[in-house]
Each structure stands twice: as C-alpha cells, then as structure tokens.
Ligand binder design. Sequence first.
Ligand SMILES: C[S@@+](CC[C@H](N)C(=O)[O-])C[C@H]1O[C@@H](n2cnc3c(N)ncnc32)[C@H](O)[C@@H]1O
Length: 300
Amino acid sequence: MNRKLARRLPLLGKWVRKLDVLEEKYARLKSQRDSLKRQRGYLKSELAEVRAPLEAIQREKDERRALRHKQESLLPIPPASLRLRVHGTDDEVAFLSVGDTIASRIREIVRAEDQSFDGTERILDFGCGCGRVLRFVENGPLSGKFFATDIDEEAISWCRNNLASLATFSRNGDQPPLEFGRDSFDLILAISVFTHLPEVLELSWLSELQRIAKPGAILLLTVHGEGLFSTVPSGSYDELSRRGFCYAACGQTAGLPDYYQTSFHSPAYIERYWSEFFHVRRIVALGGQDVVVCEKRQAP
Ligand SMILES: C[S@@+](CC[C@H](N)C(=O)[O-])C[C@H]1O[C@@H](n2cnc3c(N)ncnc32)[C@H](O)[C@@H]1O
C-alpha cells in the first residue's frame, strides 16, 4: 500500500503522519550535521593556521623564561637533596619556575594590599627553606630589608653560604620564640609552612608572628584550602568536615622533624581561629595553595 493511500485510513493514517514528521526531523538533523561537519573542517584549517604562530609565541615565552632563570641562576642553585625537601621533586627547572611564579603572585598581592611599600620595609620569610621563593621575590614593591629563618639547619647554612646577598638568615627552633623583638616586620611571608604543622604548633607560631609583626603589617601565610580538599586522606576527612581543620600523616620528609606532615584548613576555620591573632583580610588562590592575607591589628 502506498503512503498516500495509507494516510487516508483512519487508524494507519495517524502513524503514517507521525512517520512523516520523524522523517522530516531526520532530514533536518542530517542537514544540520552536514553543515556542522563543514564548519568543523573550516575551523580545523583556521586552527592549523593559528597554531603555528601560537606555538612560536609559546616557544619564545619558554625561551625568555629559561633565559631569565639562567640569569637568576647566577645565584647558585641548591643541591638536589634540599630542592627535594621543599619541593617534593628535585627537578631544577620546576624548582626555579615554581619559585618564580609564587614570588610574582606574592608581589601582585602585596601591591594590591598596600601601595605604600617604598623599599624601606623589613620583610621576613618565615620557613624559607633553601630560598626557592626568596631568590625571586625581591623586586618592585618588595625591595626592603629581608630576613629569613627556618628550622632546617642544612638549608639555612646553604643559604648563608650562597644567598647572603639576599637576606640575613637565621635558624629557629621548632617552637617559638624567634630572635626578633616585638613589632619588627612590615611584611611576613610563610609559604607552604602552615600547610605542615599540627594545630597546637600552628597556634603558637601564629601568636609569635603576631608578636614580631608591626601593627598594620601584612602577613601572607599559605594553607591547603578548599581547592585541595579532594586530596585529603580518607581517614582525615571526617575531622576536616567537623572542624574545618585536619592534620594528616603523609610520611616522613628526610631532614625534617616528625611533626612535619600535612594540614588542611577551611575558610570558616581560618576566620574563626586565625582572627584571634590577626584581621583576616581575604583568602586568595595561589595555584594549589591558598594565601591567607592577614593584617596585624593596630594597638587599641
Ligand atoms: C615546603 S617547605 C617551603 C619552603 C619555602 N617557604 C618555599 O616556599 O620554598 C616548608 C618549610 O617549612 C619549614 N618549617 C617547618 N616547621 C618550621 C618551623 N617550626 N619554623 C620554621 N620553619 C619551619 C621547613 O623546614 C621547610 O623548609
């Protein structure tokens, strides 16, 4: 039976009309697909045309960056064991480029937070390690007098011998105090330090940094924040959800004390507990970690 005739039959007609609609729809979709295929082909060729210049720009950027690192590397590069200790891998290029990237983010944050920096400031890098960030940080708004301290005797001794032009280095104990008097610093950095401390030690160090910061000083302290909660070991997740803080065993780091493990902080925890020491201005993402931007309150 042909379709024309079938359309006139009461029962069959309904189905044939439905079939007509579906066929129309199919033809429309087919033509849309063909047109998209043509567009894809066109875009592919356009992309091929821009890819080469984009790759050339990227190559040039990489070369410039490598050259800059080479220039910076006029400063000696720490040995593999010290790089591994602060960086998790001893890869030299990664050590330099991560240090460089963090340092420039730090400068941006300082610039956004306080435009009055004029090079007369006293700046402390607390937990400086072997100077991964410190070697790049002095520039633009950050060109004051630098001090740097760490518990790691070997790293500090390497820094004293090799980066003495950058800062005055000292070794501190696991627990406060530091050797500095109260109200000593305009800016304090602690990059990837409060990411590793148990809670009680963290609170003692926050209190010590509060003591040595000048009223109005800025502190940039990094933590493992919400962006890294997916990496919390499963055994610690309950504590983190309950308290907004957890301190998880991640194994021993050769050359560092047993307490050096991994901690995670929620913004609510920071707001609640760190506000006892500082005014928490904001929390800014810094690649994987977050920077907690704190300010020492003015004396009442
Ligand atoms: C991941 S490394 C970061 C080093 C450096 N800030 C950087 O970004 O390259 C952590 C550093 O914190 C230091 N550290 C741990 N506990 C400390 C403490 N109680 N006082 C000072 N530094 C400490 C370690 O020795 C280590 O050098």
